[in-house]
Design a protein around this ligand. Structure first.
Ligand SMILES: [Zn+2]
Ligand SMILES: [Zn+2]
Length: 181
């Protein structure tokens, strides 16, 4: 089986205990997991591990190859999806045979965040919708920040975070809205 990025280089098997069997390319460091290997491992792996926050993930260089790639197993085009959740690379999957492609270090980064057992969710419409909603929130925040200027934005943001968990939030908000006091 040839690497979908390097094309002429053959992938070779990489086995490690407790992880799905992967095929690795020595040239680009990318890895392929066959669909049945992923599901077999997921079943044996049991419980879904809770996602770790972004700052607990490993920092490794990734060369996210966004070029169209063909499935090394069945030759169909791979579908590329954003991971989100503070991760800015994409993962490729073949919608025909279900195999998954990770560019160098992507698997390691996902594993460090416990997202390696959520790969099948990443390709779901629910996951992708959540990512778009989060991106919209970030864009909106950036627009407000640009309008207010960084200093005032930080002040308002801190105040907002403080009121969000304040037990007398409603009183504070009513006081703020009342221009006559
Ligand atoms: Zn390669
Ligand atoms: Zn395929």
């Amino acid at each position: 089986m040839k690497c979908p990025v390097c094309k002429t280089v053959s992938l070779h098997s990489l086995e490690s205990e407790k992880l799905p069997q992967r095929l690795i390319c020595d040239e680009c460091g990318g890895q392929w997991i066959k669909s049945f290997q992923y599901w077999k491992w997921l079943k044996a792996h049991g419980e879904n591990l809770p996602e770790k926050p972004a700052d607990e993930g490993v920092q490794l260089p990734v060369s996210d190859s966004t070029k169209a790639k063909l499935c090394p197993e069945c030759g169909h085009f791979l579908t590329m999806k954003k991971v989100g959740h503070g991760i800015d690379f994409h993962v490729d999957r073949c919608t025909t045979c279900g195999g998954i492609w990770f560019d160098k270090n992507e698997w390691e980064i996902l594993k460090s965040r416990n997202l390696h057992d959520d790969i099948h969710f990443i390709f779901s419409s629910t996951w992708q919708r959540e990512i778009s909603a989060e991106e919209n929130r970030q864009t909106y925040k950036k627009r407000i920040e640009a309008l207010l200027g960084q200093q005032d934005f930080t002040k308002v943001k801190d105040f907002k975070e403080w009121t969000a968990i304040h037990p007398k939030r409603n009183t504070i908000m009513a006081f703020l809205a009342d221009m006559d006091v």
